[in-house]
Design a protein. Structure first.
Length: 194
């Protein structure tokens, strides 16, 4: 048997298994079932986790190309836009487009396109395995709490969630040279600036 990254179907079945529910063979036409709730919980936790911005879905200086009318319509899979050090203008998302708040306009010059920090939202099956595992465990813990599963079912615990997060953070640190335990948390940086 080949080992491959976790599929969305496998993740949903892990969430169902956490409360002793029967696995499903497909995610199509689930209706209003526990499997549909498990799938929605998984997708919600995926969005929530990805919104933080990780090495695999964060661009620090993404250049947007204005359309012929000078406007920038935002792609649907953007979870967050943040100011970038590469562009000093105050550019914000507004009504599905970029708004230049300094000049009060949606129009950008092609010679000076907006450059922003962007957090992208990607489908579950395109994420690294460490992210898939963390999202699955988070979804299972939330689903268990909502479902109040039986004693005979396998329970994910906060420790499982913590270990999955540690693995993701370790992988993130490999790709992000500025991310480390000394500068990532307010608590730690406060100690070092004393």
């Amino acid at each position: 048997m080949d080992i491959a990254p976790t599929t969305e179907l496998e993740a949903v079945n892990a969430v169902l298994q956490a409360v002793g529910e029967t696995p499903v063979n497909t995610l199509d036409n689930l209706g209003f079932t526990d499997a549909a709730i498990a799938r929605d919980t998984l997708r919600s936790k995926s969005r929530e986790t990805q919104s933080k911005g990780w090495y695999f879905n964060l661009d620090y200086s993404y250049t947007f190309t204005p359309a012929a009318d000078g406007q920038v319509v935002l792609p649907q899979n953007i979870l967050s836009i943040r100011p970038s050090t590469s562009d000093s203008r105050r550019i914000v998302p507004r009504m599905g487009k970029l708004w230049n708040a300094d000049d009060s306009t949606y129009v950008f010059n092609n010679d000076s396109p907006p450059i922003l920090e962007v957090v992208w939202g990607f489908p579950f099956e395109t994420l690294p395995e460490t992210a898939r595992r963390y999202i699955t465990v988070r979804a299972a813990t939330q689903f268990q709490a909502q479902y109040q599963g039986s004693d005979q079912s396998y329970s994910f615990t906060k420790d499982d969630e913590k270990f999955a997060l540690m693995a993701l953070l370790e992988e993130h640190a490999l790709y992000e040279p500025r991310a480390n335990m000394f500068n990532d948390g307010a608590d730690v940086s406060e100690v070092f600036t004393r």
